[in-house]
Ligand binder design. Structure first.
Ligand code: FAD
Length: 382
């Protein structure tokens, strides 16, 4: 039987497992973390994400759109909150068009369910990839429960192990002429959970992405299914009038929200209470090439990790699966041919995603607050 290994059961890995099983492969997935379906998801790494048409297309191709649609909350546009709590709405497209807020854990769990239900996918949790052997198409895994190391061999290996990919680090980065760069931006982020009203209703319009643009920094909010919103403050780490290093005490945080986001503070006067328990996280772009070597390929963030401001990292990762699936059919599973075309086709997309993500930070935190922005945009695109 044809065999495939996937390292990482995140958003790309769990979806790709479904594609590969549908193509008749016996699939083994190794995931460093415990099974998220049994563990509490902690705040810190975007509890929800914006799913767009690229992602839906990839899900639809393997029938997963129906499995996740009940998780998706449509956002028909963005609502900007200015310093005086005045609201402005900008639609994302024509009437009825939307991007969707989905729970990261929820969509990941559904894709894992689908992979396992196929009967051809086995996911090993608490198994961390620590080495790769290109010559023999093997990966080495550390079982974090027993501390034992095992080797696993298959016909082909897919690295879906995220921005800090161990397959890339332990394998690709040791290959001659492999290019790699890692750039941290000057800003970080901290998540805040805005709870539902006591009756379970939402405190903001759930069908919009909320932005508090403040020039050099911004707060955003996306709705969760339970009436809460996951809010994220993006701001420089240091050296600015407003930066994370200035917010050192409960009073600093309280005063900051009261002054800068008054309508948010009014909805959540105890915002400062969550501050310490939600981590401050950094943001980086990783660029590399080639994305394939021997029988190994990088997918998703392992190939093109980016900053989150364009809301397309997951969508592009899902699109990697879609394109790889199309090429697998086109080249009749000749992996040399598939991999060659995959990286040639996808690398320019990865680069564009990264460039647009950086640019869109300026758009979201600053330009959307300009009343002439939409008008200017309209003329630019002519
Ligand atoms: P991941 O989802 O990171 O999955 C990698 C998996 O590999 C994890 O399960 C990890 O535990 C596992 N792993 C790691 N190392 C090993 C190892 N050595 N061995 C075994 N397993 C390993 N994208 C959007 O499209 N829309 C958004 O709105 C959006 N918002 C975001 C907001 C924030 C704050 C951030 C940080 C990102 C956002 N993204 C968004 C980007 C999105 O999260 C990523 O692009 C997406 O998660 C990439 O999927 P992946 O499967 O490649 O990586």
């Amino acid at each position: 039987m044809k065999t495939g290994t996937i390292v990482g059961a995140g958003l790309a890995g769990s979806l790709w497992a479904v594609y590969l099983a549908k193509a008749g492969y016996k699939v083994t997935v190794f995931e460093r973390r415990p099974d998220i379906r049994k563990a509490e998801i902690s705040a810190g790494k975007s509890i929800n994400l914006a799913l767009s048409e690229r992602g839906w297309t990839a899900l639809r191709e393997v029938g997963l759109d129906r499995m996740v649609e009940d998780l998706a909350i449509p956002m028909y546009g963005r609502i900007m909150h200015d310093e005086k709590a005045k609201l402005t709405f900008q639609p994302y497209g024509e009437e009825g068009q939307a991007i969707f807020s989905v729970s990261r854990g929820g969509i990941n769990a559904r894709m894992m369910d689908a992979a396992e239900q196929s009967g051809d996918v086995t996911i090993h949790y608490n198994h961390q990839c620590v080495d790769v052997d290109f010559e023999n198409t093997k990966v080495t895994l550390l079982n974090k429960e027993t501390n034992e190391t095992i080797e696993h061999q298959s016909d082909v290996v897919f690295a879906c192990d995220g921005a800090f990919s161990a397959v890339r680090y332990n394998g690709f980065q040791k290959v001659d002429r492999f290019n790699f760069s890692q750039n941290y931006i000057a800003d970080g982020y901290r998540e805040i959970l805005l709870p539902a009203n006591e009756d379970g209703s939402y405190k903001l319009d759930k069908n919009a992405l909320h932005i508090w643009p403040r020039g050099e920094f911004m707060l955003i909010a996306l709705a969760n299914e339970d009436g809460s919103f996951t809010c994220t403050l993006f701001m420089p780490f240091e050296n600015h009038e407003y930066s994370f290093d200035k917010l050192n005490s409960r009073d600093d945080v309280d005063q900051f929200f009261r002054e800068v986001f008054p309508d948010f503070h009014a909805m959540m006067p105890d915002v400062a209470d969550q501050w310490e328990t939600h981590p401050l996280s950094s943001l980086a772009l990783m660029r590399c090439y080639p994305w394939t070597h021997e029988n190994f390929a990088l997918l998703g963030d392992a190939a093109h990790a980016t900053v989150p401001f364009y809301g397309q990292g997951m969508n592009a990762s899902m699109e990697d699966c879609y394109v790889m699936g199309q090429l697998m059919k086109k080249h009749n599973e000749n992996w040399t041919e598939v991999f060659k075309e995959y990286q040639e086709v996808r690398k320019p997309n990865g680069d564009a995603l990264q460039d647009l993500s950086v640019h869109n930070y300026k758009v979201m935190r600053d330009l959307v607050a300009d009343p002439h922005f939409l008008l200017k945009k309209k003329f630019e695109h002519r």
